[in-house]
Design a protein around this ligand. Structure first.
Ligand code: FE2
Length: 425
């Protein structure tokens, strides 16, 4: 299949959170009014152009309401061959667990660690592996060496990817977004997308969100520019393909998969606008609020929140360094939240070694804190150096509802993790 762009270096963006205009020269002054024929690009038949709304929250104005208006070159796919067929999940994504339809499994109240998943050959959806799930969110990883041979339309949830290693392009019907190390890339549910690696392997953290669309936390007195600014949010520019031929689209719904066959390229959107679009954000643009005297809790690092969970970004920051201050997290019992950390780059401030690509799961109700060696290391630096930096990039997901652990995750578990707090300085 022809790529939307030659490589990640060729992707162009617009910036901002809310209303976007990628009408791409189409002249239509209102939704539900078709573009004027003489504003259509060459090769587009005016009689076949249609508007399509991609919307959520059932058109009802609410915090979750958002709509994209897509202007398509084709009035609708003509089903060819067998048209539409259910496909067994084990053929499409055998390790992708849809938390919203999967009964929960009680977990032991204990901390767990999972080794970095092995790199897989093949494409990103076939290799997507869920480790944790609840009715609000599924959390996992994927890696790939090949482009997806079809476009996916996930009707179950929004897909959030975080690029841990490698690079590539996430093609969508809105246009392409670059997959570069350290970027969050958000795909609203229902958006056609395809992951194309430029380097092998491309290793991604994945989160599927079943509730409201992600929001930036309210930064209150600190203002709109706090944490990150809308200028840091990058949105695709329109990119379409008018090719005829047979193309497959797979729709995910209720944890099942359905194959559609199109008689034209499915990314035939010649222009679009609205307040719903995929976006990406570089974790390096996250600017944490810090204190030199008292440890700031993880909630201050919230980057996105959805219904029932938050995603926090731990990035390089000056450590707390006033006399007797704690430069690493305090011991805590997170009484009503589960915690998953994905370790991307560097030595985590509460640990004593690099855990790149691995994850930990700390169940609610379990008392935990920094490893003794990490605590001693940080206190020694505070005493010797005064102000010092904590380095590295890490993701934290906190969930309201208990997470279940998948059978596949158990194959990666480091059973000695529980004993790692017993080590002496
Ligand atoms: Fe914790």
């Amino acid at each position: 299949m022809q790529r939307q762009v030659g490589s990640v270096r060729d992707v162009r963006y617009q910036t901002g959170w809310c209303y976007h205009n990628q009408l791409n020269g189409l002249r239509t002054n209102s939704p539900h009014v078709l573009p004027e024929p003489d504003s259509l690009p060459p090769g587009v038949d005016p009689d076949r152009v249609r508007e399509q709304e991609l919307t959520r929250a059932g058109f009802i104005p609410s915090a979750d309401h958002a709509t994209a208006y897509l202007y398509r070159a084709h009035s609708g796919p003509s089903w060819v061959r067998d048209g539409i067929q259910a496909v067994p999940p084990e053929e499409v994504a055998p390790f992708w667990i849809t938390g919203r339809v999967r009964p929960p499994v009680p977990q032991a109240c204990m901390p767990r660690k999972y080794h970095r998943a092995p790199d897989d050959r093949g494409h990103a959806i076939r290799n997507l592996r869920t480790l944790f799930y609840n009715p609000d969110v599924s959390i996992g990883v994927t890696s790939c060496t090949e482009p997806m041979p079809y476009f996916l339309r996930n009707a179950d949830g929004d897909d959030l990817f975080f690029v841990h290693e490698g690079e590539g392009v996430l093609e969508t019907e809105f246009g392409p977004l670059g997959l570069e190390q350290g970027y969050y890339v958000w795909v609203p549910r229902g958006t056609l997308y395809r992951i194309v690696p430029d380097s092998s392997p491309l290793f991604l953290f994945h989160l599927e969100n079943y509730g409201e669309k992600f929001q930036k936390p309210d930064t209150g007195f600190t203002g709109d520019a706090a944490l990150y600014y809308h200028r840091n949010v990058e949105v695709p520019t329109a990119c379409y393909d008018l090719s005829a031929g047979e193309y497959e689209v797979i729709v995910k719904q209720g944890g099942g998969f359905t194959s559609y066959r199109f008689d034209h390229h499915p990314c035939d959107v010649i222009g679009w606008d609205g307040d719903l679009a995929p976006f990406r954000l570089n974790i390096r643009e996250f600017k944490p609020i810090t204190s030199w005297r008292a440890h700031i809790p993880p909630s201050a690092y919230c980057t996105f929140f959805g219904y029932g969970f938050e995603i926090c970004s731990f990035v390089p920051r000056p450590a707390e360094h006033a006399e007797r201050s704690l430069p690493v997290p305090f011991d805590h019992i997170n009484q009503d939240r589960d915690e998953v950390i994905f370790y991307s780059e560097g030595v985590f401030f509460s640990k004593d070694s690099s855990m790149s690509g691995s994850l930990t799961f700390h169940a609610r109700g379990f008392s935990h804190g920094p490893h003794e060696r990490a605590l001693q290391r940080a206190m020694a630096r505070r005493d010797q150096e005064g102000a010092f930096m904590l380095e590295g990039y890490f993701l934290l997901v906190e969930t309201n509802q208990p997470l279940s652990i998948t059978a596949w995750a158990e194959t990666l578990e480091d059973k000695d993790y529980l004993n790692s707090w017993q080590s002496t300085p």
